[in-house]
Structures are given as structure tokens and as C-alpha cells.
Design a protein. Structure first.
Ligand code: ATP
Ligand code: MG
Length: 447
């Protein structure tokens, strides 16, 4: 373990604290940085809390400016680092489950008591003697050691003040590998409906952190168990209890199948991208809508990829994701079954699939989909081998035949141009024609 206090960021932070203390103010490292330091997780974001008022902080540090005078936060630059230096504050009653009505400058203890979870409420004085550096008003150290997320004070009150904390609790449990304290957990279940008051942008930002964590499955399970999923993505709740044919899906219903896939993403050779993770979560999202049962009892989900792409788009638009992510997820969901056909398609098709920027993700989605169901990876392996024996294609070749050529041949421009040119291009990719004249003969375009 590298001692946090010897890192450059901690030494820069120490210099800021020393400057504040030299003028008679109290000053501490606070919140996430203290938590992560004690957990032996690299700290890349350091917050400082002080008794100095914002204008006093501004006067001490030449390279500083305030970022919200009402909240008492001043940004102080020291060398290459920039720290939030916040005056100890207390917050009044909350409006709209998110914003305090007033803020008042106060003591270190009161400042800790307004924070969300005990593990985020630790103060650390790097200038004190070793053994006396930690100031713990909320038994945060004990919860850190026991790996427990617990609100500071009554959970019902704290979640009603600010409903974003419902999701933050789950996010910290997932990313730090902690358990939720029983009372905190029960309160999340009771107050889950309050999440509807939080902006979708903030919800999406927490979801991203949960999904990018290797323990994303635990996150989805917590969202389901607490009832939060009902308010964020009821479409995912509907996967629970959506039965599938046991011979194809011995693992269980669509929800279980999806959860296993979320875990299997960790075995890939690369870290999964956010688009791939979202596509995994939503790949079968339309199965409950497409379910039919045949006379022999076999369960089918005709068209679930195409409809799934539409449902995925609706969900991600609702959560105001950027169009680039939505486009990627829609593409992956729409095409998530097509590699089942990889042993039969012509080169033209395969080369087009391979040339797509999301090819690696498509392949990976197929791997986890097959591995989490009947475990038959034949098509996946076939696709990998076929890729190896195909020319390395970063960009598809320029078509040898174009619209101008058709006009030259005396054809009238019209909708059929597209079909003719597609046929010519597929023949080119399949290696059946190499030059313009061959393409013209192949399609019998000369009269
Ligand atoms: P990370 O930055 O790694 O996500 P963090 O604990 O630093 O974790 P921030 O959102 O940066 O989280 O907040 C810094 C600190 O501010 C927290 O540790 C916590 O003490 C306090 N805090 C942040 N958000 C809230 C909130 N919604 N309610 C109460 N306290 C909060
Ligand atoms: Mg932080």
C-alpha cells in the first residue's frame, strides 16, 4: 500500500491545510478521500472542509475562486491540483427532496452531520500526530471496517431531504463492495418512490457508475429488491418472471439470464464499454411483449430484437442519454441474434458486420448471451475464426460500380438504382467481381 500521505495530491492538500491552520482556522480532509484512503483505494479527488469563511479562503489563496458562494465552496489551485475548500455548513429544511432552503456556516461536527453516509462523514487532520488524525463523529470507522453503508441519522429523514441519496447508497454499496445496513435498506424500500423527484440526468449519472462497476449485477439486484427499478425502468422489472423454454434457457427467466450476462462481461478480454453494458441489460427487454406459447408448450419471442431496439431507445431517451450512446445500444440490441446465422451468411454480409465500429461489442454480446443460456458457444467461436481468416477490414472498400456508371449505361435514375448498386457491391465483397466491367456483366446491365 502506498501511503496516501506521501502521494503528490495529499502533499498539495496538506500545504493548503497548513496555510489555513497558520491563520488560525480549522481545516481537514473530508468525505470520499478519507474513505478511499482508509480503504486503500487510490484517491484522485480531494475535498477540504474548514472553519474559514469563503472570503477568508479567497484572501489566503491567490489562485482561488468561488464556485457557489451560498454553499461556501471555494476552488483552490495548488500546483497541478485543484481542491474544493468548503466552509463548515449546516443545511435547513429541504425543498423538493433535493435542495436545502438555507445554508448556515457552522462547526466541523455539524458539517459532518449533514453528510449522507457514515463512511462519507470522516474528517482527517494530516497535521496531527499519527493516531490522532481521524476525527469520527458518526462511527464511520466502524462501518468502514465492517463494510456497511448507513445513513448519518434517521434514514427516513435523510432520504426525504434528498432522494438522490437512495441511489448513492446503492452506488457506494456496489462500487466499494459494501452491504447496506438493515435499517438503511428498509428505508430505501419504503422511500423508493421519492426517486421520481430527482432529475433523470442525476439518475443516469448514478446508473452509469453502478453499471461500469464489475459488481453491476449486485447493483441491478439491489435496484430490483428495493423497488427503485419500478420507478427508474419498469421495463426491466418486467423481465422478472418472464419464463423461457428450459431447453434453451436452463438458467431461468429473462431477468436471471440478463443478470448472469452482466457478470460474464467481466471475463472479456477488454473492460466492457458503457454501450455494451447497456445493450446487455436491454438486449431482451421486449421479450415480455413478444412472448407466445406454441401448442407443444415451447415459448417463443418472435421479433423481440427489433421491438427491443425500439424499447431500448425509448428508455434511454427518457433518461436523456446522448444520441451516440442510444444509437450504439439500439444497433447492438437490434442485431443481437444475427450471429446465430454466422455459419451460413455470405462474405459480403460478414465483411459488413465486421467493418462496423461496434463489431467487437456485437461479438462480446453474443459470447455472454450464449454462455449464460445453454452454454453453446459454437457460433461465437465460428465468428472469431471467420474473422481471423477474413481480410483485415477497417473500412469497407469503395464500390467499383456507382450511380454515374449506371447513367452511362443508359439507365434512368430511380429507386431501383439502390438495389442494383447493392447487388453489385455484395458481389464485389463476395469476391465474385473485381472490376467495373465484370460487375456490369455479372448484373447483365449491358443491353
Ligand atoms: P466519489 O467522488 O468517489 O463519487 P464522494 O464521497 O467524494 O465519492 P461526492 O459526490 O464527491 O462523493 O461528495 C463529496 C462528499 O460530500 C461526500 O463524501 C459526502 O460527505 C458529501 N455529499 C455528497 N453528496 C451528498 C448528498 N447528496 N447528501 C449528503 N452529503 C453528500
Ligand atoms: Mg468526490
Amino acid at each position: 500500500m502506498q501511503d496516501f500521505l506521501t502521494t503528490e495530491i495529499a502533499r498539495a492538500g496538506l500545504a493548503v491545510i497548513q496555510a489555513l491552520k497558520a491563520r488560525g482556522y480549522e481545516a481537514f480532509f473530508v468525505g470520499g478521500c478519507v474513505r478511499d484512503y482508509l480503504l486503500d483505494i487510490p484517491v484522485n479527488d480531494l475535498d477540504i472542509a474548514t472553519s474559514a469563511l469563503p472570503e477568508e479562503v479567497l484572501a489566503i489563496f491567490p489562485h482561488s475562486h468561488h464556485v457557489g458562494i451560498a454553499f461556501g465552496v471555494v476552488l483552490v489551485t495548488h500546483g497541478q491540483y485543484c481542491f474544493d475548500v468548503a466552509t463548515f455548513r449546516e443545511e435547513g429544511e429541504y425543498d423538493d427532496c433535493r435542495h436545502p432552503q438555507w445554508v448556515k456556516f457552522t462547526s466541523a461536527r455539524q458539517d459532518v452531520l449533514r453528510r449522507d453516509f457514515t463512511i462519507n462523514g470522516l474528517l482527517f487532520d494530516p497535521t496531527a500526530q499519527v493516531g490522532n488524525q481521524l476525527i469520527d463523529y458518526v462511527e464511520g470507522r466502524l462501518d468502514l471496517d465492517n463494510r456497511v453503508i448507513r445513513t448519518i441519522g434517521d434514514p427516513d429523514r435523510r432520504f426525504n431531504e434528498d432522494a438522490l441519496r437512495l441511489l448513492r447508497a446503492i452506488r457506494f454499496a456496489v462500487t466499494k463492495d459494501f452491504q447496506l445496513d438493515k435499517q438503511t435498506y428498509d428505508s430505501i424500500c419504503k422511500n423508493a418512490h421519492l426517486i421520481a423527484k430527482i432529475s433523470v440526468e442525476r439518475i443516469a449519472s448514478e446508473l452509469n457508475k453502478i453499471l461500469l462497476s464489475p459488481r453491476r449485477r449486485y447493483g441491478i439486484e439491489l435496484l430490483m429488491q428495493t423497488g427503485l427499478m419500478d420507478y427508474i425502468m419498469p421495463e426491466v422489472t418486467a423481465l422478472c418472471g418472464c419464463d423461457q423454454s428450459p431447453e434453451h434457457h436452463p438458467e431461468g427467466d429473462v431477468y436471471i439470464h440478463t443478470c448472469i450476462m452482466l457478470d460474464l462481461l467481466n471475463d472479456g478480454s477488454d473492460k466492457p464499454t458503457l454501450s455494451l453494458i447497456w445493450a446487455t441489460l436491454l438486449h431482451d427487454i421486449a421479450k415480455p411483449l413478444c412472448k407466445s406459447v406454441e401448442e407443444n408448450g415451447r415459448i417463443r419471442f418472435f421479433g423481440h430484437e427489433a421491438l427491443g431496439a425500439e424499447v431500448a431507445e425509448t428508455i434511454l431517451k427518457r433518461l436523456k442519454y446522448p444520441n451516440s450512446l442510444i444509437d450504439d445500444v439500439v444497433y447492438l440490441v437490434k442485431n443481437h441474434m444475427r450471429l446465430m446465422n454466422v455459419q451460413n451468411v455470405r462474405d459480403s454480409k460478414f465483411l459488413k458486420w465486421m467493418a462496423h465500429p461496434l463489431w467487437k461489442e456485437e461479438l462480446e454480446l453474443t459470447r455472454v448471451d450464449c454462455a449464460s443460456s445453454n452454454g453453446n458457444l459454437e457460433n461465437y467461436h465460428f465468428a472469431c475464426e471467420r474473422e481471423k481468416s477474413s481480410p483485415v477490414i477497417k473500412q469497407l472498400p469503395t464500390p467499383i460500380l456507382n450511380g454515374r456508371d449506371l447513367i452511362h449505361l443508359g439507365l434512368q435514375p430511380g429507386p431501383e438504382f439502390k438495389t442494383i448498386l447493392e447487388k453489385a457491391y455484395d458481389a464485389q465483397l463476395d469476391g465474385l467481381v473485381e472490376i467495373k466491367d465484370e460487375a456490369i456483366d455479372f448484373l447483365q446491365l449491358r443491353h
